[in-house]
Design a protein around this ligand. Structure first.
Ligand code: ADP
Ligand code: MG
Length: 725
């Protein structure tokens, strides 16, 4: 397919005229009902009550809610809003909103704008069509949304419509979580409780709360919208199900951090402007490794806010792309044989005085604290590597993990040379009685030198310590990061508690608390060894080594998801009151069902593309070739050399045959899988029997693409999509 006139037109139209540029500091957060606005608009006593409710988990009384709602409505009307919406994150992985007009009839032909405290605090969307994993029978389909005061309400502009969006949690009539925010908030609370108790045990005073902080680095592709709409696989599933690799991919390494094209820069500028208005601190932007691949990262924020913001980043990338006649692809693997997209989730814990608990300190006491939280995290990852693997499992992410692209499906932790050396020293136990001075002698004081530069080199690790945070790199680009953070917060809370118990037990005999901590750390370091790996995670040797170490290596989503319904997982999430057994089981089922749906959509799409686009194009070329061979023979007689054309014709005929037969086989296998009643088994059957066949079919189609007349090929090719934009 040739570069069309419409694309040339799009290229000309990308420069969007700006009237004038305003410094970001003058409009940052202007579309959010943030603390500054609250302070401005609310009476002093109401503002104080609201802050207490936000910061101290105090209940909000009805009168206060009414005053806040009124102020919020007045503010929203000034911004041009006509509607309000409870904005929530159901188990679809994206966000949902139901709009209600502020305008309310008061007499025939007369309305006023109204918004009550009750409407602010609670909503009741008809929620029967959201995935619930069997929690809600349709006869009790009511779902409730509850205002999350810790994430500011914001204005959403969509074309000429303007809506006040209120971040909410989404729960069932019986109080069960139907969304990602509810368990997230519970996991944040659980981690805080365990970490505060540990700090107290270590003698730290004045800490009331510990937060998890997140900085998600979001990768994405941009292609011209015109190409996007010419491919049903991209429109329906976000990924190309066929398409041959271009002659040039990423081998010249000329894309990563390269200068950003003008059309892309303009796009990024517009995205950032939207994000700044929403109070999202977008910080870095750059070209990624693959052609047409990019990354955006904000400055880290408190987990709940960062997760809301990441949803808004993904939504903004998509919507602004449209304005620029581009399509933003957030899929984990839009193009086979080209690097896929991930989301590096940078995670740390900080107390309410803004001390990062994963920051190596300048004093021995700080260092002990650092080592405790570091080892607790490593220990949690070791104990629950299967849960972390399950938390990143999705049909899309299978193309990265466990396929021929890193990070692998094996979860391991990278600590870097320096830190490993320090742990080695501690484990060797050169010193048995630890006083503060001796901790310094052990080289622990040099922890302060553990800088990002020293630790960030290994890009193949799925879970790497990078100076003062862990970077979870196995996350897929399109995923809601709530899922992984819920898991991470909960498993770390448990390990902190278990370490605390061990320390307390030792303290009874030890000289001092430091000695006890030290003894516990030494034995813990020994036991977590198998999860530590500083080498290249992409190699076959590592796969074999990991197997020897007993680390899980589940390559497909259905088998990985089994980890969520083990007694170990069910007990853990129940104990920390993050997800009840019923809730967790229902979530696992939702993920399994989603896998089935995603795979089946792709299989049907592949079938349709093969039957209605690929085979007709190939047959038409086949006919042309056959006619040409005939004509040549007729014109020249037996002296005509047609052997090469006959060979080509035969290859094409063979491929058409193979494509037809494989496609038929896939449909039969899907049908056979459909008959399996157990969803888990159905998903596993599809993964084992259908997915490999789809890959096989793709190989044939891609071979055909390289033989058939370019004029007749019905789909935009990789070289066009990835290099013309
Ligand atoms: P990289 O070298 O991996 O691209 P960056 O320096 O771009 O890393 O930072 C990645 C992300 O990590 C950013 O969003 C940044 O704000 C975030 N980050 C930095 N410090 C912390 C922290 N203490 N906790 C959580 N995230 C953090
Ligand atoms: Mg990174």
């Amino acid at each position: 397919m040739k570069k069309t006139d419409t694309i040339a037109a799009a290229e000309r139209s990308y420069i969007i005229e700006k009237e004038k540029f305003v410094p970001v500091s003058q409009y940052f957060g202007e579309d959010t009902f943030n603390h500054k606005v609250m302070k401005d608009k609310l009476p002093k006593n109401i503002y104080k009550k609201l802050m207490d409710a936000i910061n101290e988990d105090m209940p909000l009384d009805a009168d206060t809610a009414n005053v806040v709602a009124h102020a919020m409505k007045e503010w929203a009307l000034e911004k041009g809003a006509t509607h309000f919406a409870h904005w929530f994150q159901p188990m679809t992985g994206i966000t949902a909103e139901k709009h209600d007009a502020f305008a309310d009839p008061i007499a025939p032909g007369e309305v006023i704008e109204r918004f009550s405290g009750k409407q602010l605090v609670q909503g009741e969307p008809d929620a029967s069509s959201f995935p619930s994993g069997g929690i809600r029978a349709t006869f009790e389909a009511r779902g409730y949304t509850a205002w999350d005061m810790s994430s500011p309400a914001f204005i959403k502009r969509n074309g000429i419509s303007t809506t006040l969006c209120i971040p909410t949690a989404f729960i069932s009539y019986t109080g069960q979580a139907l969304d990602k925010k509810t368990p997230l908030l519970r996991s944040i609370r659980a981690l805080s409780k365990s970490a505060v108790a540990m700090l107290k045990l270590l003698g730290v005073k004045n800490v009331k709360k510990v937060m998890s902080n997140l900085g998600p680095e979001q990768e994405y592709f941009l292609i011209d919208m015109d190409y996007f709409y010419k491919r049903q696989d991209l429109v329906l599933g976000g990924r190309t199900v066929v398409g041959a690799a271009p002659a040039k991919g990423q081998e010249l390494e000329d894309q990563y951090f390269g200068s950003i094209k003008e059309r892309i820069s303009s796009f990024m500028h517009d995205v950032e402007e939207e994000l700044f208005k929403l109070g999202i601190p977008a910080k870095t932007r750059h070209n990624e490794v693959a052609p047409s691949q990019y990354e955006i990262a904000p400055v880290y924020e408190e987990a709940n806010l960062a997760i809301d913001h990441n949803q808004l980043v993904m939504e903004t990338l998509r919507s602004v792309a449209k304005k620029h006649k581009l399509a933003a692809l957030l899929h984990e693997k839009p193009f086979a044989k080209i690097n896929g997209s991930g989301k590096h989730v940078n995670w740390s814990m900080a107390d309410n005085n803004d001390n990062n608990l994963l920051n190596p300190g300048t004093t021995p006491q700080d260092n002990i604290q650092f080592l405790v939280f570091l080892i607790a995290t490593v220990r949690a990852v070791y104990k629950h590597a299967d849960i972390l693997r399950a938390s990143v499992a999705s049909y899309g992410n299978d193309h990265r993990l466990g396929a021929n692209e890193a990070p692998p499906a094996i979860i391991s932790v990278f600590l870097g040379e320096q830190l490993t050396q320090i742990l080695d020293n501690i484990e060797k136990g050169t010193v048995t009685k630890a006083t503060n001075a001796e901790i310094i002698d052990l080289g622990v004081s040099s922890l302060y030198q553990v800088s990002k530069d020293n630790t960030d080199r290994n890009r193949t690790s799925p879970f790497a310590f990078t100076g003062n945070k862990f970077e979870f790199r196995a996350v897929g680009s399109s995923q809601s990061i709530a899922t992984q953070v819920i898991a991470l917060n909960t498993i770390v809370a448990e390990s902190i508690d278990e370490l605390a118990e061990k320390i307390k037990a030792k303290t009874r005999n030890a000289k001092n608390i430091n000695q006890a901590v030290f003894d516990v750390l030494r034995s813990e370091i020994k036991s977590v060894r198998p999860i530590l790996f500083n080498g290249d995670n992409y190699t076959r040797e590592w796969e074999a080594e990991a197997k020897r170490r007993g680390l899980p290596n589940e390559k497909t989503t259905p088998t990985a998801l089994r980890a969520l319904v083990t007694d170990k997982a069910l007990d853990l999430f129940e104990k920390y009151e993050v997800l009840s057994r019923v809730e967790l089981k229902s979530r696992q089922l939702i993920h399994v069902e989603r896998y089935i749906k995603d795979l089946e959509i792709e299989a049907k799409c592949l079938n349709n593309i093969c039957m209605t686009q690929i085979i007709p194009a190939a047959v038409s070329y086949q006919e042309k070739l056959a006619k040409a061979i005939h004509a040549a023979k007729e014109a020249i007689g037996s002296g005509a050399v047609v052997s090469s054309q006959t060979e080509l014709l035969k290859k094409i005929l063979d491929l058409i045959h193979t494509i037809y037969v494989t496609n038929k086989d896939i449909l039969a296998r899907v049908e056979a899988a459909e008959a399996v009643h157990d969803e888990q088994k159905k998903a596993e059957t599809l993964a084992a029997r259908v997915k490999p066949k789809m890959d096989e079919l793709r190989e044939s189609v891609d071979a055909l693409e390289n033989l058939v007349d370019d004029e007749r090929w019905p789909l935009p090719k990789f070289w066009e999509m990835l290099f013309i934009c």
